[in-house]
Write a protein that binds this ligand. Sequence first.
Ligand code: NAD
Length: 347
Amino acid sequence: MSVFESKKFDSHEGIHFFSDEESGLKAIIAVHNTNLGPAAGGTRLWSYENSEAAIDDALNLSRAMSYKNAMAGIPFGGGKAVIMRPEGAFDRTKLFTAYGKAIESLGGVYCTAEDVGVSTADMEVVRKETRFVGGLDHGNAASGDPSPVTAEGVFRGLHIATDHALGRPDLSGLRVAVQGLGHVGYSLCEKLSAAGAQLWVADINDNVIERAVRELGAIKVSTDAIHAQDVDIFAPCALGGAINPETIQHIKAKIIGGAANNQLASPEMGHMLKEMGILYCPDYVINGGGIINVAAELSGTYDFDWVDDKLNGLAKTLGDIFDQAFDQGMSTHEVADQMALMRIFAS
Ligand code: NAD
């Protein structure tokens, strides 16, 4: 395959390949940009069809981390790692031990934490081999699962969005449709409910939906109709591509803001949302709370006030994006991209 010519390559500083026969490790660590500091981004363990698909995923995700980290105002560049899930049974400890050695060999150019398919326990194994890892449950600066902090960042961002789009900075009485009630989505639902919002919820896992109905008075909706609810806010908190050519025409919400990465199936969707008068909270800005929490740990001393300040900074940045988009007649995702590039390359 051609790598340097590929659009996805996008001037990556490094793409590192690691393999270890004994454990079955096949990993790709992509370092997009280190202008703002060492590359930071999670590790994904996934069954990829082939190594090309894994490389594509790593490149897309690591570039996005450069943008996310720049917008979060943390001293880290962008990188991401993917581990190709070994076929059949495998020894997780051996796999993550080999992976930890791989990270250590890069000497701190890349720092990791958990992402899809990887747990805090896996990261504890990695920690035995390298100090360039966060999102741990144990240790002096341990920050644990970043999801509740991601949810808090989304929650604060939604206040700014409602202020801009609806002229009211509080969420009480607002109707919110949440797609995906996993680690972040459920925590967000709890916050929204406590703030007096009414919830419409969908997930492929019925247990979490039943819990939300029982505990939060949420209304259950089918997964193929959650985006089309007559609500004020649509919060995608499942997988990417929630805003696509099929769903966009049915969206009635005035605001879209949630935790999912890559919510827009294409940049065109962002332009269409603007034309439809829907305020889109750029995903990599509003969902930056988790990496802020990990960054606090990676700094060596976890300081809650620093995290809190950075979360407020995220919300302020979101407000600046909305103002600039309004003043210049641009879509919010475009403004966010421009700001991120300025922060990365003007430093
Ligand atoms: P998770 O796996 O805990 O939750 C995802 C939930 O979505 C699950 O409950 C799953 O059943 C549900 N789901 C899957 N397909 C669905 C569908 N078609 N319709 C409705 N629900 C569906 O993941 P998470 O950690 O909560 O992350 C959610 C999203 O936020 C992901 O896109 C993730 O990349 C992104 N994100 C997470 C964090 C974090 O701190 N965890 C940080 C930034 C971004």
